[in-house]
Design a protein around this ligand. Structure first.
Ligand SMILES: [Zn+2]
Length: 332
């Protein structure tokens, strides 16, 4: 399904459905220029997504040839999964190198293993860790054997007849980059700012202080003039400042909630705290959460706990390979 979202430059959205995934669909954006095209993000490496993306590109008469470039906003498989459709056809692929390296390193499973070991130390039972091996983020990720043109914060890409400014916004992933069309005040926000749902913030073993970095990245773009915000999932909006305020308030509530829970349940593990948090899972109880959702929920809990430990609000102690948390300050 394609939809024109802007004229001059001509920008289209291809809606790539993500079956059995709470994100519902990925927005792949296409800027059609006279001498070249730019595609932003792809969908998972699975047949349903491939069909949706290819039929959208066909309808737009965008050929998979070197005149078409791909920009991958971040490493997540729902954004990068179908990169080989482009790279195998000789299309230039633009991506931030930290996220690219993460994909390369995950090829032998070592990054997942490090995350599993970490979650085990945070109290997640081994059987629950095993049960999320079918996680879509793993199953539908791309083969990382492709090459990129690396991009960095502040770069201006001249593609599809446009000047696209790269805005590095670490937090959701270490290397997430948004794209900004300054003249038109159009902002491709990827998963940095979503409007119907709150972007997930995890812990990363090679990026400390993920939540702190994310909040800084929200500040970084808060005053950007934006008339059209085009997110990676769901629907966009005509401004970002209000939504950034809502997302910041959401994280403040989360931090306060964790302080309250650690006060109620001292010396808990993160895995013991997570079930008591407020999750919007359509009324489901923690025990009924799908394994993948438990994984993401624990990661989000940990990102907030890490923030509170950094600020000296919580104390982390480790006993027999398992981490516990206690409240030491109440003034946050
Ligand atoms: Zn993402």
């Amino acid at each position: 399904m394609i939809e024109k979202v802007y004229s001059h430059p001509d920008i289209y959205r291809i809606r790539v459905d993500l079956p059995n995934n709470p994100l519902q669909y990925l927005n792949s954006y296409v800027i059609k220029g006279e001498t070249g095209n730019l595609v932003i993000d792809t969908g998972f490496n699975r047949p349903e997504c491939k069909r949706a993306l290819c039929s959208g590109l066909q309808e737009l008469n965008v050929r998979l040839q070197p005149e078409t470039s791909l920009f991958i906003t971040h490493l997540h498989a729902d954004h990068s999964g179908l990169v080989h459709l482009f790279s195998d056809a000789g299309c230039p692929v633009y991506m931030e190198p930290t996220d690219y390296q993460y994909l390369v390193d995950s090829a032998d499973g070592s990054t997942w293993k490090a995350a599993e070991d970490n979650f085990m130390r945070e109290g997640m039972p081994p059987e629950e860790i095993r049960s999320q091996f079918s996680n879509q983020a793993r199953t539908f990720s791309p083969d990382p054997h492709f090459s990129i043109t690396p991009v960095h914060d502040g770069d201006v890409l001249h593609l599809a007849g446009c000047d696209l400014q790269v805005v590095h916004t670490p937090g959701h992933t270490p290397g997430l980059c948004c794209l900004y069309l300054a003249k038109e005040e159009i902002f491709f926000t990827s998963d940095h700012i979503l409007f119907d749902i709150t972007p997930n913030i995890q812990v990363w073993y090679h990026m400390k202080h993920a939540l702190q970095r994310y909040l800084e990245s929200l500040e970084k773009v808060r005053d950007l003039p934006v008339r059209l915000a085009l997110p990676g999932h769901r629907e966009g909006d005509t401004s970002i400042a209000g939504r950034i305020g809502e997302i910041m308030a959401h994280h403040d509530r989360r931090l306060a909630e964790i302080c309250h829970l650690v006060r109620c349940y001292p010396h808990s593990t993160a895995y013991e705290i997570a079930p008591h948090m407020t999750w919007s899972m359509r009324g489901k109880k923690w025990k009924d959460f799908p394994p993948t959702q438990k994984w993401f929920a624990l990661g989000e809990t940990l990102a907030h706990i890490e923030y509170l430990v950094d600020y000296g609000v919580l104390r982390r102690s480790e006993e027999q390979g398992c981490r516990h948390y206690d409240l030491v300050r109440t003034d946050i």
